[in-house]
Design a protein around this ligand. Structure first.
Ligand code: TXA
Ligand code: MG
Length: 324
């Protein structure tokens, strides 16, 4: 775990224009000084991410929000007060301090206050905002431990702050709060139900396509192995068929089937609790990759609570690879 001296060192690296991998409650981020366009541009190089893909600015205190954005509608203020620090990102009008490099040229900016003691200590020691996407190569599985970051990015990062395994395990929920009525751009660590309870109204979600509709979900959050997402009752048949046709099949098995023998190369019985499933999800995908699977058959969870974010990530992992 990170010590005080590590946090001071990391803050120093940020001040010098370097990149720091930092733990958050969701996934590890690849951080740079949000106000340093050169440092921000390095994030895109290291990740192999198109420069048009905007980043999230992490700040240490909800009270500093107005330093980073132009206008905070009441609905956004309400969400920030209720969920920060926490796995919620608000998209608002860009303030002057945020360079266009960080927003992919947009006049809006995504901001959040992470709920992790090491991230908050770093933000406090550094004093500014830290832009950080997930600390993985573009399109691949987000890291939930410091070892994942080291394995994937190695020397490309100037300093890795180790804050232990991430508690939430899937990325923050992103809410467009520029208008009067907020809408959900990405389901994540704060559930839709909780966002709606605080907002006092239903929130629109992006169109969720059905399984295997081509072209809708370019691959993201993806392991090396190809991913197929199916309803729980079809998992066994799908896995068996693929295994018999010569694949090394890895299975994310629903808890209801955890005692059933599976004809597959490797399997992980996913936890019954959605919080535990979310926490483990990216680790399970990495594990099946490491065990040599070339095809992962994943059971679709019920899309409520954290199940909505898990299903979203599985579907995107299953998206067509060529259109990234
Ligand atoms: O939990 C998280 O959100 C993690 C941790 C590190 O904070 N970060 C993360 O960052 O997931 P990243 O870069 O992998 O995903 C950020 C998402 C992108 O899909 C991007 O399109 C969206 O945020 N985003 C950023 N700025 C935006 C904006 N101005 N308008 C709409 N979407 C935006
Ligand atoms: Mg990411």
């Amino acid at each position: 775990m990170a010590r005080t001296s590590d946090i001071e060192k990391a803050a120093e690296v940020l001040r010098a224009g370097g990149l720091v991998a930092l733990p958050t409650e969701t996934v590890y981020g690849l951080g740079a000084n949000a106000e340093d366009p050169t440092a921000v541009s390095r994030i895109f190089q290291v990740k192999g991410r198109p420069p048009s893909h905007p980043l999230i600015v992490h700040i240490g205190d909800a009270g500093h929000l107005d330093d980073w954005v132009e206008d905070v509608p009441p609905a956004a203020r309400l969400l920030a007060e209720r969920f920060w620090p926490g796995p919620l990102t608000l998209v608002l009008r860009r303030g002057h301090r945020v360079p266009l490099e960080a927003t992919g040229g947009l006049e809006t900016v995504a901001v959040r206050v992470p709920d992790h003691p090491v991230a908050l200590a770093l933000l406090s020691a550094f004093g500014g905002g830290v832009t950080a996407p997930s600390a993985n190569r573009f399109g691949s599985v987000s890291p939930t431990t410091a070892d994942h970051v080291r394995a994937e990015l190695g020397d490309a990062v100037d300093f890795v702050l180790d804050g232990g395994p991430c508690e939430v395990g899937v990325e923050s929920s992103i809410v467009d709060a520029t208008g009067e009525t907020p809408s959900i751009l990405r389901p994540g660590g704060v559930t839709r139900e909780d966002l709606e309870a605080t907002s006092g109204r239903p929130l629109a979600l992006p169109a969720t396509s059905h399984i295997r509709v081509p072209g809708q979900h370019p691959s993201h959050y993806a392991p090396r192995a190809r991913v197929v997402v199916v309803e729980p009752e079809k998992v066994l048949a799908e896995a068996e068929l693929a295994q018999e046709s010569g694949h090394h099949v890895g299975v994310l098995l629903p808890p209801t089937l955890s005692d059933v023998p599976v004809k597959a190369h490797a399997m992980v019985a996913v936890p019954a609790s959605m919080a535990a499933y979310a926490r483990g999800l990216y680790g399970f995908l990495r594990e099946l990759d490491q065990r040599g699977c070339d095809l992962i058959v994943a059971s679709l969870p019920v899309e409520e609570g954290l199940g909505l974010a898990i299903a979203n990530r599985l579907r995107r992992a299953a998206g067509p690879r060529s259109t990234v």
